[in-house]
Design a protein around this ligand. Structure first.
Ligand SMILES: *Cc1c(COP(=O)(O)O)cnc(C)c1O
Length: 456
């Protein structure tokens, strides 16, 4: 492709592109990236940036990883794509087998799609139709957790309604019962009580519970204890309600294990359906899968076409995506990947006491390779009541400040987090924390009362 100069690139972008989750009128010009290598991105002017958010959490082994790139190139020269209805191919079969070798019990079957939201749509449709096929006609309701995020298609929006992104679409979202998230002991109790009430009164009407196990990502990196998630699962199982784990973010090593479900299983809880996407292909290809148990699969077997799951996407089981995913999973077989994951967690843990003592930081926390905290700010100083909202001035200021210092972050309101690629060098992560200290110093001056307060 002809290399565009930095200015031309931004000019054409402004002329033709509409960016996701972006108020195009007030947004800063985008970062114009022309190359990626390992944990770094490079702009057209040759500046280097640490991708501290793994490009919206998808990149796990680094940018332009040669092993994955070569696997895609090789596959593209053999078979780039073929429909998956009535057809199969080696990468799809090998990937399904590989996924089933590592997925937690009772996963037995793989249904491919192409992004996290569609993986959720498939899971919801599976759950609804599972009960219909079994002749249990009135299980139509879904339970979700407050603040959960499951994607931007309609079913996913309905189950993530309380994340607050979807107000314009509220009239078209189906009814969902929300229970508290359970991020602390008191909301754990509330969540269990709310679930118990729902199950006691309406289990016969409830098809499924959907949740992000261990970490609610988009609503601000809110962590849940595996024991609590297990407790929710056990109660649903006892009441005849399916459990859907949305591991679109937590899958593929993010929480320290390949799937967050493994940690929940240690406490005796399991899901009937697991959705995966983001890290599946190492961040190379848009691809997703909905994993499910034999029991759910079996409920769709019948001599009637109407009992089948009549759902599919043009790019279902795209061979390039499967090849990328196989190459990415092969990297998990190398010990260094797990050593890197462990090392990132250790570095986060080592900085935790420093963050905990910092006057501008609240609630620092670590789960696997994910570290997060809230930045304290003073509403009256900012003159903005939406300081903690997504895309607010606060998050734009933070984003811009890090960018000037060579780090790409994308705060969720005033929640700042690190979700680095696993290949990030120790000094890159260390440097990110040093940079954080610098940014906090600037932030402290900005929000300090009196003259010199220059924020907004
Ligand atoms: C990102 C995300 C989704 C949506 O995935 P897309 O590929 O963006 O559609 C769903 N669930 C969770 C937990 C996510 O983090």
């Amino acid at each position: 492709m002809k290399q565009l100069g930095h200015t031309k690139l931004l000019e054409l972008d402004a002329q033709y592109c509409w960016h996701p989750f972006t108020q195009m009128q007030t947004a800063q010009p985008p970062l114009a990236v022309v190359r990626g290598e390992g944990e770094f991105l490079f702009d057209a002017q040759g500046n280097k940036y640490f991708d501290a958010v793994s490009s919206w959490w998808v990149n796990i082994h680094g940018h332009s990883n040669p092993a994955i790139a070569q696997a895609i190139a090789k596959q593209a020269l053999e078979l780039e794509h073929v429909m998956f209805a009535g057809v199969t191919h080696p990468p799809a079969v090998q990937l399904a087998k590989r996924l089933m070798q590592s997925a937690p019990a009772p996963m037995a079957k793989v249904f491919y799609s192409d992004n996290g939201s569609t993986a959720i749509e498939v899971a919801l449709k599976m759950a609804f139709q599972y009960w219909q096929n079994k002749g249990v006609g009135n299980k139509k309701r879904v339970i979700a957790l407050e603040g959960g995020y499951h994607g931007d298609t309609f079913g996913a929006m309905a189950t993530g309604k309380s994340s607050g992104f979807y107000d314009p679409f509220a009239p078209w979202l189906f009814q969902v019962d929300f229970i508290p998230t359970g991020v602390c002991a008191c909301t754990e109790e509330e969540a269990l009580a709310a679930l118990d009430t729902l199950l006691a009164n309406s289990a016969g009407e409830i098809a499924a519970l959907v949740l992000e196990p261990l970490i609610q990502g988009a609503s601000g990196m809110r962590f849940m204890r595996p024991a609590h998630v297990a407790e929710l699962c056990k109660r649903c199982e006892a009441a005849g309600v399916l459990v859907i784990f949305d591991e679109v973010f937590t899958g593929f090593g993010r929480t320290g294990t390949l799937f967050a479900a493994e940690q929940v299983a240690n406490f005796g809880g399991q899901a009937d359906i697991i959705c995966i996407s983001k890290g599946l292909t190492g961040g190379f290809m848009p691809m997703a899968a909905t994993l499910t148990s034999q029991a759910i699969y079996d409920a769709f077997l019948s001599d009637k076409v109407g009992h089948a799951l009549l759902h599919g996407h043009s790019y279902t089981a795209n061979p390039l995506g499967c090849a990328a995913a196989l190459a990415s999973l092969a990297l998990f077989e190398s010990e260094s990947t797990w050593a890197n994951i462990q090392r990132i967690e250790t570095t986060h843990q080592r900085w935790l006491p420093t963050l905990a003592c910092h006057p501008l930081i609240e609630n620092p926390r670590v789960c696997g390779t994910v570290a997060a905290f809230e930045l304290k700010f003073n509403h009256s100083q900012c003159g903005s009541s939406s300081g903690s909202a997504y895309g607010s001035n606060t998050s734009q200021w933070i984003r811009q400040s890090f960018l000037e210092l060579g780090i790409v972050v994308r705060p969720l309101g005033n929640t700042v987090y690190w979700v680095p690629p696993y290949c990030s060098a120790p000094e890159t992560i260390e440097n990110a924390y040093q940079t954080l200290m610098q940014v906090l110093q600037r932030w402290g001056k900005l929000i300090a009362p009196g003259p010199g307060s220059e924020l907004f």
